[in-house]
Every structure is written in structure tokens, then in C-alpha cells.
Design a protein around this ligand. Sequence first.
Ligand SMILES: Nc1ncnc2c1ncn2[C@@H]1O[C@H](COP(=O)(O)OP(=O)(O)OP(=O)(O)O)[C@@H](O)[C@H]1O
Length: 327
Amino acid sequence: MSFLEVNDIRVAEEGNEVLKGISFTQQEFQKIAIAGETGSGKSTLLQTIAGLVQPASGEVLFENKRVQGPHEVLVPGHPGIAYLSQQFELPQFLRVEQVLRYANTLSEEQATTLYEVCRISHLAKRKTNQLSGGERQRIALARLLTSWPGLLLMDEPFSNLDIGHKNILKSVIQDIGEYLDITCILISHDPLDTLSWADEILVLKEGRVIQRGTPKYIYSQPADEYTAALFGGYNLLSQSETEAFAALTGTASNGKQMLIRPENFRLVNAPHQALSGKVNKVQYFGSYSEVEVQLAESLIKIRTAEQELTEGDTVQVTLSPADVWFV
Ligand SMILES: Nc1ncnc2c1ncn2[C@@H]1O[C@H](COP(=O)(O)OP(=O)(O)OP(=O)(O)O)[C@@H](O)[C@H]1O
């Protein structure tokens, strides 16, 4: 039995098929992140799970019961599922404690825990128009959680937050799972938000799930170039350089192209076990430098701790077999 089961969901909006048969399951307390380019259907998927969008076919089962869509109920939504939208709203000019009291059905002890987890206990007397964007969002989140849902769906919660508020929200989301026993699904554009948090990532492309797996698997063995690009920099080598590195590492390309993350290339002093290239550009980032190296055909990016490189240097580039991936 799964906590959440999404079975072959299809959604059409204005004649376009936005979700084209999505299926996946989630266990209780499993942290799932959804990644995909703009327009791939991430928000529509979350809204369908929440019972806010009517699927054309397929079903969502939450704790073994079908989630009804907005065409089937008077008030859209499911009491056990909370959806934090990108465009949340708070009532104007009320004090935070009034906003929360209005929605609150919790005991005093539960409410205290919830406000502490959401880092808003100190804001109770503040008016809603006297809050920063990050504080407003944490209050909107706490307000949603006063119904103590089993499943929380968060749609791009980090967008428009500065780094300070973003870090606070990351801790809040971590604690929601840990102290409130609420299972979460999160959409984020930034790979750094999802790779460190999720147990599993679903990659959406044009309304379909094209890959599902642990962050490490998705990052190091992306299904295609699209997936690789969602999670950071990469190099796609020409066919002849793919063959040259395949020969060096004892791997077989089977006609595919080699896809290498910038941190996986190594600069060595061993001309016979490496390809030669010329440094084209060096960018310094403190703990590492990003170096552009022109090989015979491809211009590649290498991330290295090496600090002494300058434009025009000749370097020897190699790889470990474990870091080789073909798409
Ligand atoms: N109510 C609607 N009416 C018409 N088209 C819609 C509607 N909702 C979504 N779409 C379309 O469906 C597609 C998927 O949209 P969705 O918002 O789910 O994508 P997304 O991956 O969440 O994008 P973003 O990252 O930009 O939020 C888009 O092409 C969008 O224009």
C-alpha cells in the first residue's frame, strides 16, 4: 500500500495535453522533488494531486482513497493535502495572530510547535503588511499547516527569496518532515535545493516523467542532455573525442556521446593517458576555478582546485572510468 499513488494522469488545458500519462508512488515521509523546465507540467501535476485540477483520465489515490477533482466536489481540494502555491495570499492589515487564529483548530501545544517549526513565533503581533516576503511565506505555510495535513505540496517555495530567507525556509521544510510528521513534495528550479533534500527526484519533460531516481543517480547518470542541464553544468563531447576518452578509460560508447560533469575531468601530467588541450579561459570562484579547455574539437569546462593555470597553457585532461556517462 502506498501513501500516495498517481495512476496514469492525463490533463488537457485548452485543447493541449499538459500531462500525458503520469504515474508514480510515494511512501509516507519519503521526500520527493519534481524538476523540469518551465511549462513541463510541474504545477499542473501538484494541483491535480491536491484535487484542484480535474484530470481527463487517471486517478490519484491518497491513503488508498481517490482524490476527487474540482468538478466532483463543492469546495475543491482535499482536507489531507495542502498546496502552497507560488501566488499565496494573506489577508491585509490583520495581525499575524489573527490570521492564524482564524484558521486554527489545533491545541495550544500543537500550535506552539507549529509556529516554532515555521520560525514565526516572534511575529504574532506584527500586521501582515509589516512583513518581509520570506516572513509572509512562512505565515502562509503555517496557516496551511494548521489543518495538519498528511501531505504538503510546495510549488517553487524558494523563488523570490533572498539567501537568508531561503536558508530559513530550507530548515523549516526539513523540520516539517522531522517534527510535524508531514510528507512533502517540492518543486524547485534550483538543483541545489532539491539534490540535498530529496530522497527521490522525478524529472518532467513535456508532461511526461522521463526519469525517476535518487539525486545521486539523476545527477551522475541523467537520461538525456535535458536532464543533465537541469542539475548543473556538463560537457557533451564530439564523437571522436568520445571515442578517444572511451579508449583511455576502457569504456564503450555504443555510438552514444560522452556526457561529463565539469568536476569529473582531471588535469594530469601524463600525456599518454590523457588528451591534450589549451586553456582558453580561467574563472576564479574561490574554492575552485572553472577552466575552459580547447581540445582538438570540443571546448570543455573543467572545475578544478588548481590555482596556477593561465590562458594559453597546455594541459593534459583525463577521466576515471567511474565518471564516464553516455547519452
Ligand atoms: N489553466 C490553463 N489554461 C491553459 N493552459 C494552461 C493552464 N495551466 C497550465 N497550462 C499550460 O500547461 C503547460 C504546463 O504548465 P505548468 O504551469 O504545469 O508548468 P510548470 O512546469 O509548472 O511551469 P513553471 O515552471 O513555469 O511554473 C504550460 O504550457 C501552460 O501554459
